[in-house]
Design a protein around this ligand. Sequence first.
Ligand code: BMA
Length: 396
Amino acid sequence: MRVRALAGATLLLAAAACAPAPSPETASAAARAPMVDARATTETRALFDALHALTGRGVMLGHQDALAYGVRWAVEPGRSDVREAAGSHPAVYGWELGHLEIGRPANLDGVDFARMRGWIVDAYRRGGVVTISWHLNNPVSGGSSWDTTRAVAAILPGGARHDAYLRWLDTFADFATSLRGARGELVPVVFRPYHEMSGSWFWWGGRLTTPEDYKRLWRMTVEHLRDRRGVHNLLYAYAPNSSGDQTALRYLDHYPGDEWVDVMGVDTYVRPQQSPAQQQAALAADLRAVGAAARAHGKIAALTETGFETLPDSLWFTRTLLPALRADSLTRRATWVLLWRNATRATRDNDHFYAPYAGHPSASDFKHFRDDPFVLFEDELPDLYGRAAPRTATPR
Ligand code: BMA
């Protein structure tokens, strides 16, 4: 079970020595930084440009595993809890590749990789955005992502597991380059590796490595995929977590540098014991910090994971999430918000869902959230890929 850092603390930007802050005259708003991959495909560059153009104008609603299963169903073509609750599929689709690296046919949540490819291509054809996380096994112990056996140093160049780890990266390269649209073009993917590194629950983060080794791992990963494997359909997303212990988090401590990141994100979840007002303030503070960093570095901003597990507050979307997203010019820079997955006690030890489903008490509030002009679901997206995306608009 992933240890979920509960948000509440403020992400404070620090002028971390590791990533020199822009000079004061540029700190206000750097111009748009160049893409990590100068050889990115046409569609990937179009997405990059579209996300920058969307900045401050709207926020896309995303959902993890949206097409694969919901609270009361699994693998039923055309379904999503989001569409059945609000009338459209999400604009952003999160997918998870954990266990791809060890050759399994399905990920650690039981989502079949062959089916996942199909859902990814279908979403792309409808104009949606694809983002991928990867809870890799521990490359030293063979345990899960949550196995805190020290591993980063061993997979860096010169490490005992370096070559074997490059083979793991090859499984990602093969998957990413297998995603093809109708014209054979590669589907652009926002790749979010080694997320929540500010915590110490994954083998790649916190006290289990050093910020410098983390950045070396990030750069090694980009160089292998982009430069050695020729993968050119990726945008790279950096996603620390908001800390759960009320300490100020130094957002840029693990930042690999402007030339290695396209998207600045944050994973931040509701602290249930907080009041709605406190939840909103904590979320807005995290969004403000990411928005400020993204503006200063000329990057795209996103709320890369969030939610209120089992949605006990039926007004959370319009009373907490929406006001935080719309609070000010910095929070409004987030171009998407990804709700985590809709799993249930049928597949794990507790109900673990973050988006409403038809009939859930928060479904009507979710519809009001969707009706806000600042919020975009799939059926109201502009063309993000430089093409007239075929529309399968659903009635509002
Ligand atoms: C965590 C939980 C786990 C899941 C993991 C990868 O947040 O949802 O149940 O295995 O993400 O999807």
